[in-house]
Design a protein. Structure first.
Lengths: 312, 312
């Protein structure tokens, strides 16, 4: 198989599974899925599957589709909570259909995940636990914003759950589907986890430095995300407690994000985050040592570097 | 086993599974679960299980818990969309923790469902399909409100999906867990479906005629629900298209619900709905004919009548 064929199979599963006879759910799900997105999680899963000897695209594609649908559902719900109006270069679901239908579309996509996972008894729990972690991470983030207690440690706890857990699951699931031994499963899980952390750090930096048209999603106003990184990294080197968001925000009563950006760009906070993302990519690539050489392995290595070197 | 022991086991599973280390999710989930609720869906499942010879409470309780958590998650999300402030006699999750945390709490509960269902490979799909139907039903309802096109047919399509599908699944799951044959599975599924329809019709009537303190949840403002029934039944006998909500609402620019209530109580719309619920209960009880006599069977019969004769 080629990764291109595999990813096409994943798209086909997703488009088939969202084909509800309820027009709004079908339209809104198509809207968010057909906008594309990077598909980095299912790609990671399918490459891991192939790198460990898997050859049956049809048996792995539904699980990769389920992983991407978990992410997609969380994005739809995120945009409700953050009032995001642009996502994947298109108007967000909530901005077109309103909050009520966006909430239901997210529920629909989450529900389709366990319809897809139904037949995969032993793998079900892997994705379920990652999805719980994702929701917990989002909740920790919302709490940290509300209670104004972002520190670097809190920031890492948040991104480990809301992002790295699902990337880790993608690695574990790809390996398990290929029938790999525990050492290889653990290696791909570790790879996924570190790529996930790197992915989120880079995402947060881009959220602060790039503009909406470049990102294809609302930037800046994604305050919870931006604030977390800002507080975690603007406290760079000063204390393990980082810096309270309030300190960063209060300086400018006009546009808090502008103040955060100024502080970040003046210091070396962005450079430090980028260096940590690079470090995580190195660690991720190192975990792959136990895998035999293959095209798929090389593509996993490339994927790790793509994640940290991207500009959108 | 007694049904009391069985229901205690279901409670224990639910309380254990929501025990997240993320305080807000744990607190909000406890808040909504410990408020009680009627637990009619898991009760139906456990009684059906027992009526068909099941004796292992521990193997059936997690599935019954999953069914109740689907319902609970949908209730938490419903209250966001409907701005409900009272639920199960307590302030709703959104009214205490706000919309963002309520949305995440609902996601958390939905996700715990598939963690619970993980080991039940063949039964997974039954609950997944019912959950999809529930979300579709909620969406159809929101669409009907928005597009102002409630008819009696639309009303039935909505309540069949948003309520009867999950009741049906509870019946099917109880029978399957007991290892029953297809005839018995179908009988309990049919029983659940008709009890579910009756349950929702009675719920909608109570929503229009009872007050908040009696119901333990916000009444009246649950407009989507009230409107559906009103439009479906206020059109009683006149045409199969029912009556457009606008016709009912426009007559009083002060309080649209008051106008709907007046119209309903003046006509025989409430009496007609009650008669249909009774009819559905008769049909539900008739489906149980194929089951052998037992205490559990008698309790299923009582449950059907309790559902239609309740006043809250």
């Amino acid at each position: 198989m080629t990764i291109h064929e595999a990813m096409q199979a994943v798209e086909n599963v997703m488009l088939k599974v969202i084909n509800s006879d309820v027009k709004t759910l079908r339209d809104a799900s198509h809207h968010i899925l057909e906008a594309g997105g990077k598909r980095v999680r299912p790609r990671l899963l399918m490459l891991g599957y192939e790198a460990l000897g898997g050859t049956d695209i049809e048996s792995a594609a539904p699980v990769a589709a389920a992983v991407e649908l978990v992410h997609t559902a969380s994005v739809v719900h995120d945009d409700i909570n953050d009032h995001g109006v642009v996502r994947r270069g298109r108007p967000s679901v909530n901005s077109i259909w309103g909050r009520t239908f966006a909430l239901l579309t997210g529920d629909f996509l989450f529900t389709k995940v366990y319809e897809l996972m139904g037949p995969y008894k032993d793998l079900n729990i892997v994705l379920a636990e990652a999805t719980v972690a994702l929701v917990e991470g989002e909740t920790l983030q919302a709490s940290a914003v509300k209670e104004n207690n972002f520190t670097r440690q809190v920031y890492y706890e948040i991104i480990a759950r809301k992002t790295a857990a699902l990337f880790r699951a993608a690695g574990v699931l790809g390996a398990r589907l290929a029938g790999a031994d525990e050492k290889a499963v653990e290696a791909l899980g570790q790879y996924g986890y570190n790529v996930g952390l790197a992915f989120q750090i880079v995402d947060d930096i881009l959220d602060l430095t790039a503009d909406t048209s470049q990102l294809g999603k609302t930037s800046g106003i994604d305050l919870a995300q931006g604030r977390g990184y800002a507080a975690a990294y603007a406290g760079n080197g000063q204390s393990s407690n980082g810096v309270a968001v309030a300190d960063v925000v209060e300086a400018d009563d006009g546009d808090p994000m502008k103040t955060i950006k100024k502080k970040l760009l003046k210091g070396d906070a962005v450079a430090e985050g980028q260096a940590q993302a690079q470090q995580l990519a190195h660690m991720a690539v190192a975990s792959l040592d136990v895998l035999p050489a293959s095209n798929a392995k090389q593509e996993l290595i490339d994927l790790a570097w793509m994640v940290v070197n991207r500009d959108h």
